[in-house]
Design a protein. Structure first.
Length: 506
């Protein structure tokens, strides 16, 4: 067990990132080369091993946090790895990318500083790889059944690994030229180097999972035929339908969707391109959108040598503390600073964000290139423009990071697999992740609409909507359990969430 007085004796101390002025000069991870031990072991020792560990509820995976904290506190990295991997296929992803709602649900957070759970998780995962505790786990025997997984983001990869280990023959189809989905081309290298993704793919290959890239299911590959060739299909295509900003001047040169920009920058780091097709170098950059994607654009623009960067957030600036409507243990909307915001502040001295403002229109030059953005302050609740608050800021590159509204609108994929949309724009599904078939035509038999919905399951952002990597992995694991039960009549695979579960709220 951990030290019962550890939380009293040891103050919270997170692993420090590299100095901001150093890291914006490269694309290495912000913590690259920073010493994790013995700091992390001491921090794990702060865990109280609560009788009711609310951190479990804060994490959709149900991670056994007090258990692996205790092992990490005693430097037993193999046991810690075993407990961590019991609930999480890819802890090196979540340890780097998840905003750690488990920390806000830590019992210590009621009136003190929570355990640095995210740092401990990353360290356990890294120690597991360093010491060889992540050997492939091939199935004991094949079941003879086959499953196609469409999409290779965290949900698709988690579902594929679970199903492969259960003995099914799994083929993952990825539209892009490399495996990984947004982990590959949407997440900048300074947040997670792709070596972590590559070695997981290598592990899955050794276990028997088959990967096919440049596989455009619903396009060049007929999804209905894919369903006929397999006993089940898991749709894990993500939520790639980007929200637009329909204001005057949207069509000017220099106004781009964030994912266009981030994909090009990531391809440079992959060695595909000598220079990014969209670059912030020497430009005044404005990022429209205050979320994680906007923060990723900010860090990327700084590394490309932007002249200045401003990030617009239509929401009001949060306060430093929880409000009465967001009590512990829910994940609160408080003022947070990402590593990219820290880098911008270190360079220019101010927070790059402008809160409670919206874009009115873009202004272009004679050549049709954006040169300015007109914005206005907005009322916090209705978001209506406040008269007399209009102003203009210079802009040579505008990046739209407004989030996503569900899977890309691909009528062919939906028709071929018999998918329908729910009220939130995702693919409709039952609580057990099975795709909901289209309405019966002319009073016919339910499910007799276009496409073979039977045996089709939906996992991750494709059904949930834009969410966190930890939810994607949890959904992939749960969908795998549903598929296994569908194929064999029962399952021993864990199912940490149901399709309609939502994060803790007050």
């Amino acid at each position: 067990m951990t030290d019962p007085h550890g939380f009293l004796r040891t103050p919270r101390s997170a692993v420090p990132a590299r100095p901001a002025d150093q890291r914006i000069g490269d694309w290495l991870e912000v913590h690259a080369g920073q010493a994790l031990l013995p700091l992390v072991s001491a921090q794990a020792n702060r865990c109280m091993d609560c009788g009711v560990p609310f951190c479990h509820g804060g994490c959709p995976l149900g991670n056994l946090i007090p258990e692996w904290n205790a092992y990490a506190a005693h430097d037993d990295w193999q046991a810690a790895s075993d407990r961590l991997h019991a609930t999480n296929n890819f802890p090196e992803f979540t340890g780097r990318l998840c905003p750690a709602p488990c920390e806000d649900a830590c019992v210590l957070a009621i009136n003190s500083d929570p355990v640095t759970i995210k740092n401990v998780e990353q360290t356990i995962a890294d120690q597991a790889w360093e010491h060889g505790y992540t050997a492939p786990v091939p199935p004991a025997r094949p079941t003879g059944r086959t499953v196609a997984v469409i999409g290779s983001g965290p949900a698709g990869l988690a579902a594929a690994q679970q199903l492969t280990r259960a003995g099914h023959t799994v083929v993952v189809h990825e539209r892009a030229d490399r495996i990984g989905g947004l982990l590959r081309y949407g997440i900048p290298a300074f947040k997670m180097t792709k070596a972590h993704l590559d070695r997981r793919v290598a592990q899955m290959l050794a276990e028997g999972t088959v990967f096919r890239t440049d596989a455009d299911v619903g396009g060049r590959i007929d999804a209905a035929e894919l369903r006929r060739l397999h006993d089940a299909v898991v749709v894990a295509v993500g939520a790639g339908e980007r929200r637009e900003l329909p204001v005057p001047g949207r069509g000017l040169h220099g106004v781009h969707q964030a994912m266009e920009y981030l994909t090009g920058a990531n391809r440079v780091q992959e060695g595909d391109l000598a220079a990014a097709p969209i670059s912030a170098e020497g430009r005044h950059v404005v990022i429209v959108g205050g979320g994680d994607t906007g923060s990723d654009c900010l860090g990327t623009a700084l590394r490309q040598g932007a002249r200045s960067v401003v990030q617009l957030d239509i929401n009001p600036e949060p306060g430093p503390d929880r409000t009465a409507t967001e009590p512990w243990p829910v994940y609160p909307k408080v003022y947070r600073i990402s590593h990219a915001h820290e880098e911008a502040r270190d360079r220019d001295g101010d927070d790059p964000r402008i809160f409670a403002h919206a874009t009115l229109h873009f202004e272009g030059d004679a050549a049709g290139r954006v040169r300015a953005l007109h914005l206005t302050a907005v009322e916090p609740v209705t978001r209506r423009p406040l008269p007399g608050t209009e102003r203009v800021i210079e802009a040579g590159l505008v990046l739209l990071a407004l989030g996503f509204s569900g899977p890309e609108r691909s009528a062919t994929l939906e028709e071929q697999l018999g998918l329908t949309r729910d009220g939130r724009g995702g693919y409709a599904r039952t609580p057990g992740f099975a795709a909901v078939p289209p309405p019966a035509p002319d009073g016919g038999v339910p499910g007799s609409g276009p496409g073979p919905a039977e045996g089709v399951f939906v996992a991750g952002d494709a059904g949930r909507g834009q969410s966190l990597v930890v939810w994607a992995i949890a959904e992939g694991r749960s969908a795998a359990a549903a598929v296994d039960r569908y194929l064999t009549g029962s399952t021993s695979l864990p199912a940490p969430v149901r399709a309609h579960d939502r994060p803790l709220t007050a």
